[in-house]
Write a new protein. Structure first.
Length: 194
């Protein structure tokens, strides 16, 4: 792993606290250690994300790129539902928690296409996904396009029954079979979740 370029992709970065959590974490138990993160991509569609990004004090030896967009299964513009505390904001109109209300439109990118253009099979790619129900739209798209193979470790927070009819039988099956394609770690159990 020491010879590979290590890329960390945060999908649902929110207020940037994840950067400190990731950079300070000892990854030996989960990934065996022996690597250094070279590039950190942060995706977040919240309107105030750029304000946080502009105030970010990079105290780490890592290049950080902030992308004020949602990840999705196509390039489009979508309705964004913001929660009062912003931590449960979502693209999912059926989400049962956090009382999300329609606020504004956001730009969404085809995450599969983005992966093809920004990482390679030679990279060590760690992707953290806390995207408030959108995992049930994005992950099947990555599997279908085989770009899931560009991710070595997927750290995920499943939102399951919070997602209304977005969490259906095909979603449950995909969740069970995801380990065929990528090593899956639990976002909260490894200590980088809320």
């Amino acid at each position: 792993m020491k010879d590979k370029k290590c890329i960390f992709i945060s999908c649902g970065t929110n207020d940037l606290k994840i950067i400190d959590l990731v950079m300070k974490k000892d990854w030996t138990d989960e990934l065996g250690g022996g690597f250094k993160i070279n590039k950190f991509y942060c995706f977040e569609p919240l309107e105030n994300f750029n304000t946080w990004a502009n105030k970010f004090d990079n105290k780490y030896d890592v290049e950080v790129e902030f992308i004020n967009k949602a990840i999705w299964d196509e390039n489009t513009t979508l309705q964004f539902y913001e929660s009062e505390n912003h931590f449960s904001s979502t693209l999912c109109s059926d989400k049962h928690t956090g009382s999300p209300k329609p606020k504004y439109k956001v730009e969404a990118i085809d995450f599969s296409e983005w992966l093809k253009n920004n990482v390679s099979e030679d990279d060590l790619v760690i992707c953290d996904m806390d995207i408030e129900c959108s995992e049930y739209k994005v992950l099947p798209h990555l599997i279908e396009n085989e770009t899931i193979k560009l991710i070595d470790y997927l750290i995920i927070e499943w939102h399951k029954t919070k997602c209304g009819n977005w969490y259906d039988e095909p979603s449950k099956k995909m969740e069970r079979e995801l380990t065929k394609y990528v090593t899956v770690l639990d976002h909260n159990k490894i200590g980088i979740g809320g």
